[in-house]
Design a protein around this ligand. Structure first.
Ligand code: ATP
Ligand code: MG
Length: 563
């Protein structure tokens, strides 16, 4: 009954809180996952009926702007109608069957959300990719996933054409454009003509929903498969607690559509009846973000730490945010200094979360929980997150080890199925009763986790173990530092030492580098344990980053070690 008539006639609807509480109970592992589950049918269509029955404030379900006047607003009903039309395009012109894979490489335009939902309705497995993917990246992803179809925009279509011949599985190409291109189907034209009648396929909870390629921060991106329920129900609880969403919230996550955080937003916001706000943001611009927050009634903001680092460089007191009451970050370590500046200037606390493409949110700071600056929060229910040694034994509070999630005797349902076509990698990610994240951290006696770094990023200098993030956070407190990356560097006596690559704030660009090096070294010695100070400092104009904006310390490390 909680699923509102997924079989037979729709049951009469109870009030939304009761329905959402059922989803939340499943998300928390307190109720069994149903055998059949489809997010479009079991969540979106339910909200559409709740909306019709007047159980929702008059917020749109989806609100898109492009910054130059264009705007799209959909209610759940309109989203339902448009996505059923889109499902007919996928099943008709593209001939996609349940289980077939489709790659989505789109800017932040409404079609991404539409086609994601259409994939759910047809049972097609979506594979989002970021728009910065070049020919070789697209070829790698299309070949590895054997995707049958791709949907993309004008600027990326030529890159697909260049490698098309080497991707034999690719059968149809959909273009989101006002013009036509040989060999491509025009999505908008097909959508206009498509019927709004479509019956959602019946999917089992364990059926695949999405394949994500990891960010590739440490090597070739891996294919992570999620099921209908792992994503469809896995974010309801964190959506309520960490993101603190209700049906009157308007949630803006500035993330690119190609990386997991776009799905995290979708699957946290819509079950909670919230509105997803999107700005096309052709490029990340702090002023555009701040003006958008001032213009629209956005209640909840999520950006990666890199963006918050940019935002706090601006004079935030010049802006009046209309409705902002909650802000979030994750994907990388948040430097305490950035959190404090943001909070001081806006009055809004910044709540950090931690997770991977392989998982949902596994550590977080639920709204209202006491924040310990520099910690990524506590284990997020229903996950049992522990710090374990290399044999999978749980370590006591205070000891550094691997961040791990218990998967035996019961593997949490909101967890990836496997690394696709890579049983070795899947097996290597497990140790004893645990899944090993590949990250190093400590847990304190109150259950808060303190991130040290990725396994390979931790520096071992004269038998001291140093997490790059601690040094980077210390550097961030100095006004000369815009951002930095800390890695190991060879040293004849100590084996390896700490080296900091520093991007300077404009005001310090003309300072004497030697004096500044000494000043930064003294500063780090003052604000953290002195042995962590960077013995080597290099000033650079930018840091190597993944397309999702994460610092690639491994690139700098290889450069240092001449690999
Ligand atoms: P690859 O696995 O291909 O190297 P990736 O790990 O960067 O790529 P994602 O799954 O997008 O790909 O990122 C998850 C990782 O991001 C985590 O394992 C962790 O290293 C880092 N991360 C996420 N959130 C946080 C956070 N709050 N603090 C520190 N690190 C974080
Ligand atoms: Mg990873």
């Amino acid at each position: 009954r909680g699923f509102c008539g997924s079989r037979g006639q729709p049951a009469p609807l109870p009030v939304p809180q009761k329905i959402v509480a059922t989803w939340e109970a499943i998300s928390l592992g307190r109720q069994p996952v149903p055998e059949y589950f489809n997010f479009a049918h079991n969540v979106l269509d339910v909200w559409s009926r709740l909306e019709e029955a007047g159980h929702r404030p008059p917020n749109p379900a989806f609100w898109w702007v492009n910054g130059t006047g264009a705007e799209v607003k959909w209610s759940f009903e309109e989203l339902g109608k448009q996505s059923r039309k889109a499902a007919n395009v996928l099943a008709g012109a593209c001939g996609l069957q349940p289980g077939d894979r489709m790659m989505l490489v789109l800017p932040r335009i409404p079609e991404w959300w539409l086609v994601s939902v259409a994939c759910m309705r047809t049972g097609a497995v979506m594979i989002p990719g970021v728009t910065q993917l070049m020919e070789k990246d697209l070829k790698y992803r299309l070949q590895a996933s054997r995707a049958k179809s791709i949907i993309t925009s004008d600027s990326i279509a030529p890159r697909v054409d260049a490698i098309n011949a080497e991707c034999p599985s690719l059968q149809t190409k959909l273009l989101v454009s006002e013009s036509s291109r040989p060999g491509w189907l025009n999505f908008r034209e097909l959508l206009r003509e498509a019927s709004p009648e479509h019956t959602c396929v019946r999917t089992k909870s364990r059926d695949p929903l999405a394949i994500y390629f990891t960010s590739g921060t440490t090597g070739a991106p891996k294919m992570v498969e999620h099921s209908q329920s792992s994503y469809g129900l896995g974010f309801v609880a964190s959506g309520r607690r960490w993101v603190a969403l209700t049906e009157s919230d308007i949630f803006w996550n500035t993330t690119d559509t190609g990386w997991v955080k776009a799905a995290w937003t979708l699957f946290s916001a819509w079950p909670n009846g919230s509105c997803i706000f999107v700005h096309e943001l052709p490029r990340v611009d702090a002023k555009v973000i701040l003006n958008t927050l001032s213009t629209f009634p956005i209640t909840t903001l999520c950006c990666v730490p890199t963006i918050f680092r940019l935002l706090v460089q601006e004079d935030l007191t010049r802006y009046q945010f209309q409705s902002l009451r909650h802000s979030l970050t994750g994907g990388e370590a948040l430097n305490p200094d950035v959190r404090e500046k943001w909070k001081r200037q806006t009055g809004v606390e910044l709540y950090e979360g931690y997770g991977q493409s392989e998982t949902v949110v596994i550590c977080d700071n639920p709204k209202g929980m006491k924040i310990k600056s520099g910690s990524m929060g506590k284990a997020s229910p229903p996950y049992d997150v522990q710090i374990v040694d290399d044999e999978g034994n749980v370590l006591p509070p205070g000891e550094e080890g691997n961040v791990a999630v218990r998967i035996r005797p019961t593997r949490p349902f909101c967890f990836f199925n496997c690394y696709l076509d890579n049983p070795e990698k899947t097996a290597a990610s497990e140790q004893g009763d645990f899944y090993i994240t590949g990250d190093r951290a400590r847990m304190d006696k109150d259950g808060y986790f303190w991130f040290m770094g990725r396994n390979d990023d931790v520096i071992n200098s004269s038998s001291y173990r140093i997490g790059p993030v601690e040094v980077e956070s210390a550097l961030a407190e100095h006004p000369a530092v815009l951002e930095s990356a800390v890695v190991s560097s060879p040293d004849p006596i100590r084996g390896e030492v700490v080296k900091a690559f520093v991007v300077l704030t404009p005001a310090y660009l003309s300072h004497d580098p030697e004096a500044l090096t000494r000043e930064l070294q003294e500063h780090v010695k003052r604000v953290t344990a002195p042995y962590k100070y960077p013995r080597k400092v290099a000033f650079v104009s930018e840091l190597p980053k993944t397309v999702s904006g994460k610092i690639q310390r491994s690139k700098l490390r290889s450069q240092e070690w001449g690999k």
